[in-house]
Design a protein around this ligand. Structure first.
Ligand code: NAP
Length: 264
């Protein structure tokens, strides 16, 4: 399978690295195109992929094209690839760009629209993806394998992608804020900053792994560490009276609404 990436920035690098590391594609079968020589050459040197300065040359002969440029650069990137996109499976990770608009810009391609998140850079991404009218079941399965090379990938209807953006697309930022706040709390309680930050990061990582690996409902896991009259109960009382749960629900809804507005 021949894969081309338009863009060799952070997300493209994460995807291409994941694809090659997972053995979904061989480095020699991947081309990356980017106007920034350092960006494309870095990936070529690291992964043995082919670096291209020209988008049409990168896309010619590809089975799958990854669209990994910023939203404002999409029309130029697709126009320069031109007719070479015809017959390819085009997987776009561009935030807010609808299947209808992608289809108008690349009418000869079968299209999948995906919303990944930045933990894809460490192979722990959460991605949802939706297929356009001409994408087949095989195309969706292939997109799932490609996007699944950098974490978990879920097929959804396109109308769910704004909610996905609000939850997992923007979600890493909410968790970074939680980590900062936990670290601040540790410092306020007397810990040195480096220790407080390491404890906060490891606590979030460990709690997430426990939730993922145990398969237990989060409410049960929370209850299991909440002894009557204990320290955790005291802390949870503060969080609930500060309406932290409601704040997270409203935050996800606000991000989903903003995603909807930006996609108009
Ligand atoms: N859900 C999420 O968390 C999430 C996270 C990241 C990204 N995304 C989406 O992923 C996309 C890429 O983001 P990123 O963070 O990887 O951006 P990035 O690091 O800026 O990478 C984009 C790369 O594409 C290059 N480029 C610009 N125009 C091009 C063209 N015509 N042909 C080929 N390459 C071109 C850029 O070069 P220049 O530097 O010269 O412009 C840059 O190197 C964005 O659309 C974003 O919406 C989603």
């Amino acid at each position: 399978m021949k894969i081309a990436s338009l863009g060799a920035g952070r997300m493209a690098a994460a995807l291409v690295r994941g694809l090659v590391d997972a053995g979904v594609a061989r480095g020699a079968d991947v081309r990356v195109a980017d106007p920034v020589p350092a960006a494309r050459e870095r990936l070529a040197a690291e992964l043995g992929v082919q670096a291209c300065a020209d988008n049409a040359a990168a896309v010619t002969g590809a089975d799958v094209v990854l669209l990994c440029v910023k939203p404002g650069d999409v029309p130029a990137a697709l126009a320069s690839a031109g007719g070479a996109l015809n017959g390819t499976l085009l997987i776009s990770i561009v935030a807010g760009l609808s299947l209808a608009r992608l289809t108008a810009l690349a009418p000869g391609a079968r299209i999948v629209r995906a919303m990944p998140n930045t933990p894809a850079q460490v192979g722990a991404g959460a991605t949802a993806y939706a297929g356009g009218d001409t994408a087949s079941a095989e195309d969706l399965a292939l997109a799932g394998r490609i996007l699944g090379a950098v974490g978990l990938a879920f097929a959804t209807p396109e109308k769910s992608l704004d909610a996905v953006t609000g939850l997992s697309g923007s979600g890493p930022a909410y968790v970074f804020l939680v980590i900062e706040a936990l670290s601040d709390g540790g410092v306020a309680a007397g810990l040195p900053r480096p220790l407080a930050t390491q404890l906060a990061v490891q606590t979030v990582l460990g709690a997430a792994r426990l939730a993922a690996e145990s398969g237990e409902h989060p409410a049960l896991l929370r209850e299991a560490v909440t002894s009557p009259g204990g320290t955790t109960a005291a802390a949870l009382g503060v969080l609930e009276s500060s309406a932290v749960r409601a704040a997270f629900i409203d935050a996800v809804a606000a991000a989903a609404e903003r995603s909807r507005e930006l996609g108009q």
